[in-house]
Design a protein around this ligand. Structure first.
Ligand SMILES: Cc1cc2nc3c(=O)[nH]c(=O)nc-3n(C[C@H](O)[C@H](O)[C@H](O)COP(=O)(O)O)c2cc1C
Length: 186
């Protein structure tokens, strides 16, 4: 099997990381993979924010918890009370993928960039997990100031994010694939 196909099949969400920081060269390679994703009309409507500052990662979790505490969704409410909950688990690096609000299809563009980065991470021996809670956190106008603190450009909204680091334990078992999801017409 080609190495690319093997990487695709073997990538799994990793939710437990070693303390070791991601090597700069590997981080750059992951980000570059994101930049080479396809995008509608080649708008490349993404912006990536890398967070490796421990205090800022802690603050991110606190802001998420404060926001979830006010939610009507029971699951989010319970996360806000969970002492073990961290937005990016214990990953030493987080990448926030923001999208240009005026782009044709920034949800798709940023999703393509996110998946490229997850696959690049796997290919480089890194563990990663797609974290989708950004809109829940940043749709709350009270957290607008935090977007500024993170340097997210005007006109961009956080859409996806990635927890990135070296896996503390390899999660190799892929969940079973749903059946009857392909129709080939010849
Ligand atoms: C849009 C999207 C949002 C996700 N959000 C989260 C999340 O907030 N937290 C998390 O632990 N995993 C999240 N995941 C990862 C999924 O739970 C995971 O991909 C799925 O269970 C399949 O497992 P695998 O990635 O190991 O194949 C998300 C995945 C996607 C595509």
């Amino acid at each position: 099997m080609s190495e690319t196909l093997q990487t695709i099949k073997e990538r799994r969400s990793i939710r437990n990381f070693k303390d070791e920081q991601v090597k700069e060269q590997d981080l750059q390679a992951v980000l570059e993979a994101g930049l080479y994703a396809p995008s509608a009309m080649n708008e490349q409507s993404w912006h990536f924010t890398v967070i490796q500052n421990t205090e800022l990662l802690k603050k991110f979790t606190q802001i998420a918890k404060n926001t979830f505490a006010k939610s009507d969704v029971e699951h989010l409410k319970s996360l806000s009370k969970n002492d073990n909950y961290k937005v990016f688990y214990n990953a030493p690096t987080a990448i926030v993928i923001s999208g240009n609000v005026n782009a044709l299809n920034t949800e798709a563009d940023t999703a393509a960039a996110t998946e490229n980065m997850l696959l690049a991470a796997k290919a480089l021996g890194l563990g990663s997990c797609w974290i989708g809670s950004m809109p829940l956190i940043f749709e709350n106008a009270q957290n607008e100031y935090f977007k500024k603190e993170l340097g997210i450009p005007e006109g961009y909204n956080p859409i996806n994010s990635i927890a990135l680091g070296y896996a503390a334990n390899e999660n190799t078992k892929a969940p079973a694939r749903r059946e009857n999801t392909i129709n080939i017409i010849k």
